[in-house]
Design a protein around this ligand. Structure first.
Ligand SMILES: [Mg+2]
Length: 297
């Protein structure tokens, strides 16, 4: 790899992403490697900036932010041949973890410089690409609540607050899900679709997901648990044990059609959408990403 474009979201991680820039500059200068830095100016700016960088011939586009920044860079470079990379710069860094990027920025820069790549599957829903995970329903409602901001709270405590707030107020709707073997009617609390295993900062919602098998891993969590029992069982998601709860059914499919009886939120790597019809398609090995796999952490 001989040239890198860093797309920095200066507000990601409450300023964490921005604080990594001096380290990146120092290390890349020391190595005499060509690089350039762009600071995003608002939502969706990262998409355009990444697309422009790829067009200008930058080989590796590095999202310096959280999963939302990764998703913007991804959507800018799909089809350009540029390589997607990231560092841990946000609140949620699930994609960075999924591609084994070390959380320490000095070590992460060494991994970037080595330039080891692999191809992983690329998902698409609602006209937008994703590389790690999507959730519909209860989890998206929580993500939306956190995105809107909870006064005086950040990080995990904001999620806990939103979880408790939505636990008793979220109303699930009927869903018809087709995984390629005919429609199934259900009433899910949430539906998660993953290429990677985790979302929301380490919640292993589809713990057996494989990034390059050409299939989505899907968790359909039906809404039959009393909400208090849900409060007890749901934290198991962090250890990947939610799959042992009988309400969580796991599936694999390459195409998914979901039709909800009323629109609900969908969260995709930090972005929130709203709708009632969702059609997921997968492009096997559709994106080349920079990986830290096999490197000392
Ligand atoms: Mg898979």
């Amino acid at each position: 790899m001989n040239n890198y474009k860093f797309i920095v979201n200066p507000i990601a991680g409450g300023g964490k992403a921005d604080s990594l820039v001096p380290v990146i500059e120092r290390i890349f200068k020391e190595h005499g490697i060509e690089f350039d830095i762009y600071w995003t100016k608002g939502r969706k700016d990262g998409i355009e900036a990444a697309e422009k960088a790829a067009r200008e011939g930058f080989k590796c586009i590095v999202a310096v932010g959280g999963d939302g920044t990764v998703n913007e860079v991804l959507n800018g470079i799909v089809g350009t041949g540029a390589i997607l990379a990231t560092v841990h710069g946000g609140k949620g860094n699930d994609f960075a973890t999924a591609v084994s990027m070390p959380s320490d920025i000095e070590t992460a820069c060494q991994v970037l410089l080595k330039g080891k790549t692999r191809s992983i599957d690329l998902g698409k829903v609602m006209d937008r690409y994703f590389i790690n995970s999507v959730g519909i329903g209860f989890d998206a409602e929580i993500a939306n609540r956190v995105n809107k901001g909870i006064k005086f709270m950040k990080g995990p405590s904001a999620y806990t607050y939103a979880f408790l707030e939505k636990l008793f107020s979220y109303r699930s709707v009927e869903a018809v899900i087709d995984l390629g073997n005919g429609p199934q009617k259900t009433k899910p609390l949430l539906i998660a679709v993953g290429i990677g295993q985790a979302y929301g900062g380490g919640m292993k919602i589809v713990p057996d997901a494989i990034q390059d098998d050409g299939l989505f891993d899907i968790c359909v969590f039906d809404d039959s648990l009393p909400r208090l029992a849900l409060a007890y069982h749901f934290p198991k998601v962090f250890s990947g044990k939610l799959k042992n709860v009988k309400q969580a059914q796991m599936y694999r499919a390459s195409e998914i059609t979901i039709s909800l009886s009323e629109p609900r939120y969908l969260h995709m790597e930090g972005e929130i959408f709203f709708g009632d019809k969702m059609h997921f398609t997968i492009q096997p090995l559709g994106m080349t990403v920079l990986t830290g796999a096999g490197e000392p952490v």
